[in-house]
Design a protein around this ligand. Structure first.
Ligand code: 4NP
Length: 163
């Protein structure tokens, strides 16, 4: 057997109610199916929705794929997340810029990445904000593919265990 080191992964979007809760739910689901014991969380650069459940449309698209995210609660990104997490994954370039503006520590900066960089085949550079245009199916697909790419890159689990 191969034992992989524990990883601490944080997904970050603007409100932590649409995109990053899907990242958290989808990567947790992949970890459940592949036996990876990772610590996965999500946060928003903004705090307007702190304490709220995910957007009902994110809950619905996740449920359609057998993933339950309704118990998640939104929270704002905080400074000590830079120390607690190994990978801080921004859903779009704006989130990435906001995160990099919160630290000047090179160790912190090195942890920040852009979600779609984990799907090298995709033409999307950003996971688009679906709040106003309702593209939750697209977001689910993009986040799933990028999560699979992330796991392939860092855990090297057999492709047959992904979905
Ligand atoms: P998220 O989507 O960043 O994917 O959670 C948004 C949710 C709420 C708002 C913007 C984006 N908002 O402006 O309230």
């Amino acid at each position: 057997i191969i034992i992989y080191p524990c990883m601490n992964v944080l997904f970050v979007c603007l409100g932590n109610i649409c995109r990053s809760p899907l990242g958290e739910g989808i990567l947790k689901n992949i970890c459940d199916h592949t036996g990876l014991d990772w610590n996965i969380d999500s946060a928003g650069t903004g705090g307007w929705h702190a304490g709220e459940s995910p957007d009902h449309r994110s809950i619905k698209v996740a449920a359609k794929h057998g993933i339950d995210i309704h118990q998640q609660r939104a929270r704002q990104f905080k400074q000590d997340d830079f120390d607690k997490f190994d990978h801080i994954i921004a859903m779009d370039k704006s989130n990435f810029k906001d995160l990099t503006s919160l630290t000047s520590d090179p160790n912190h900066l090195a942890k920040i990445s852009l979600m779609m960089d984990f799907d090298t085949a995709s033409t999307f550079r950003d996971v688009p904000d679906p709040y106003y245009d309702n593209r939750f199916d697209l977001v689910f697909e993009l986040v799933t593919n990028a999560c699979n790419g992330f796991v392939q890159k860092f855990a090297e689990v057999p492709i047959s265990l992904l979905y």
